[in-house]
Design a protein around this ligand. Structure first.
Ligand code: SF4
Ligand code: FES
Length: 336
């Protein structure tokens, strides 16, 4: 076991745990301590070998270990660095970390279009959250942005290559979850892109999971595209008997209409279980599902703001009443 201190909070973790995993353990132990958890754009705990691409999880190690207390000279990727006994790490309390994270965010946004108003991922986009917390309103980049010829990757998944941040998560899903990967990252450097070689459609039972793991709107669900802003939908836990996957999903309702089916995501925005394409794309009737109840979206996002209670036919919407004293406080004071 190793004792590690992150943002002045101590935890004991098994040897081999990474700094990021240790930080998440602190966040899971007490939700008030979640500020110690670095953001992640490429790491995904359910995908082997993920992490190490985006640098958004950089932290400062101010003490290497009990045996060798020297600090690490540069910020390190917390998803790839194992803890040592006696290590001291700084995340949200360190000004240098906040500065490098702003730099990483600016870098990730170099080619990413600011088309959130028309992007289906808006409201659950990790880059949107990262930019909100660490971004700046301008970019120093002066060269032409990357553009791509559109590639058709099938009837159910839409690829917007300009939004891709090359996190490799979808490639790991294809490698580890599906039979016969037909897509990957081709080329390198600033011409690297996600592509299906010979432009084959990604078509197998679990390919839809690339949509759930994509942190941005580069891979979106064609059966849901432009149907609704996600914050206007009601997420419900539901299940069905499925012979390919667990059948445990989140359905996103508008009235009694199932607009979208996704995997159930935890507080870190990662799916608990990968689901099959039949559940995701073909079961769009409410009668296909046994509805368990409203899903509590536990993340820092506008989609956490819906509060639903089960009423007759799971229809009752219970939006929190506006906080009147709070609103009054925000109003400009009347001139005398
Ligand atoms: S398409 Fe999405 S999941 Fe795939 S590499 Fe790009 S950003 Fe990552
Ligand atoms: S989450 Fe660690 S490098 Fe991307």
């Amino acid at each position: 076991m190793a004792k590690v201190t992150i943002d002045n909070i101590e935890i004991e973790v098994p040897d081999g745990t990474t700094i990021l995993q240790a930080a998440r353990m602190i966040g899971e132990r007490n939700s008030a301590d979640r500020h110690v958890v670095p953001p992640t754009m490429c790491y995904y705990s359910k995908l082997e070998g993920s992490g190490g691409y985006c640098r958004s999880c950089l932290v400062k190690v101010t003490k290497g270990s009990e045996r060798d207390p020297r600090p690490m000279p540069k910020p390190v990727a917390s998803c790839r660095t194992a803890v040592m006994d006696g290590m001291v790490v700084e995340n949200s309390i360190n000004a240098e970390v906040r500065d490098v994270r702003a730099g990483v965010t600016e870098f990730l946004l170099i080619n990413h279009p600011l088309d959130c108003p028309i992007c289906d991922q808006a409201g659950e986009c990790h880059l949107q959250d990262l930019s909100y917390e660490h971004g700046v309103s301008t970019s120093r980049y002066q060269f032409e942005r990357r553009t791509f010829d559109p590639i058709d990757i099938g009837e159910t998944i839409k690829l917007h290559m300009t939004r891709c941040i090359l996190c490799y998560r979808c490639v790991k899903v294809a490698e580890q979850i599906t039979d016969g990967r037909v897509h990957g990252v081709i080329n390198r450097g600033d011409v690297a892109e996600i592509s299906t070689y010979i432009e084959q459609a990604i078509d197998n039972d679990f390919s839809g999971n690339v949509i759930d793991v994509c942190p941005v709107g580069a891979l979106t669900d064609r059966t849901f595209r432009f149907s609704s802003r996600v914050w206007f939908t009601k997420p419900m836990d539901a299940h069905r008997n499925c012979d390919k996957c667990s059948g445990k999903v989140a359905i996103w309702l508008k009235g009694q209409e199932v607009l979208r089916v996704t995997g159930r995501k935890d507080q870190w925005g990662e799916v608990d279980e990968f689901i099959c394409n039949t559940c995701r794309f073909e079961k769009k009737e409410l009668s296909d599902w046994v509805v368990e109840g409203p899903r509590n979206i536990d993340r820092h996002s506008v989609i956490s703001q819906g509060h639903y209670v089960i009423g007759p036919k799971q229809k009752v919407l219970d939006h929190p009443a506006p906080n009147v004293p709070e609103l009054a406080r925000l109003k400009p004071a009347k001139k005398p």
